[in-house]
Design a binder for this molecule. Structure first.
Ligand SMILES: Nc1ncnc2c1ncn2[C@@H]1O[C@H](COP(=O)(O)OP(=O)(O)O)[C@@H](O)[C@H]1O
Ligand SMILES: [Mg+2]
Length: 249
């Protein structure tokens, strides 16, 4: 059996006391997988992934990473435990060069390891090496997401979590971001991905969960979840439903 990296059980979390937004959500991510969390707007996807990352107060349930409890640890400790989170926005320092963005993330590594790790990031993302002296804010949206992912990978996390990395990008950059994530997985990184772009996310994902009103409503292999017309129609939208029937979107 595959080894589980992340286990989230009955997680309850929210911003105000007595108003849970995440209402008993459970998911599992196994080593080497890309697991996708889908769901309508406002379902609590961002709150869920932020609660796992220690950025939203947790009032119930548990989170374990490699079997170790990390429930509700402060976010900076999560990074040291091996959990890397790429938020949806403000995930790079726009005025700093690409290389300085990577150096800042390397701050928790031993100093001597930083140049080698930056070189590894450039091997994984050759586009970034070509732009190492460019301020991150001057890059295309797709390249900026590459910087954000490279920053997260600097510390060799056990799990990379991303909140809607394709949001706001033009179609060309959306496909670039998903190709990049497929490459990152090939490099041996386990990924938990929250997405609105169900079609593209399920194309690279192994398993998926649909989050409705703060808890997982459906779970399955990415391919068959996509083919389930009820899931497609109810939760992924008409356009995606058409694709599920084999029509062109
Ligand atoms: N910082 C916040 N403070 C209070 N409520 C919030 C905050 N962020 C999100 N919410 C609420 O949590 C609910 C779920 O939002 P969110 O987790 O962003 O959903 P999704 O990412 O699925 O669109 C929404 O009702 C939203 O208004
Ligand atoms: Mg969101």
């Amino acid at each position: 059996m595959a080894r589980s990296v992340l286990e989230v059980s009955d997680l309850v979390a929210g911003y105000e006391p007595g108003v849970p937004i995440v209402r008993g959500a459970s998911i599992r991510v196994d080593e080497g997988e890309i697991v996708v969390v889908l769901g309508p707007n406002g379902a609590g996807k961002s709150s869920f992934i932020k609660a796992i990352a220690g950025l939203v107060p947790v009032t119930g349930g548990s989170v374990t990473l490699d079997g170790n409890a990390i429930t509700a640890l402060p976010a900076h400790q999560m990074v040291r435990r091996g959990l890397a989170f790429v938020p949806q926005t403000e995930n790079v320092f726009p005025l700093m060069t690409v290389e300085d963005n990577l150096k800042v993330s390397g701050g928790v590594l031993a100093k001597a390891d930083v140049p080698g790790r930056i070189a590894e990031m450039y091997r994984l993302f050759p586009d970034l090496e070509a732009r190492r002296r460019t301020p991150a804010g001057n890059l295309s949206g797709g390249q900026r997401q590459m910087v954000a992912v490279a920053r997260a990978l600097m510390v060799r996390p056990r799990l990379l979590m991303l909140d809607e990395p394709s949001a706001g990008l033009s179609p060309k950059f959306v496909s670039m971001v998903f190709r990049m994530l497929a490459d990152v997985r090939k490099a041996g990184v386990t990924i938990l991905l929250v997405e609105q772009n169900a079609k593209a996310a399920l194309a690279i994902g192994d398993r998926a969960y649909v989050l409705i009103e703060g808890r997982q409503a459906h779970e399955g292999p990415a391919a068959s979840l996509w083919q389930d017309p009820v899931v497609a129609e109810l939760y992924l939208g008409q356009r995606n439903h058409a694709t599920a029937r084999g029509e062109q979107p």
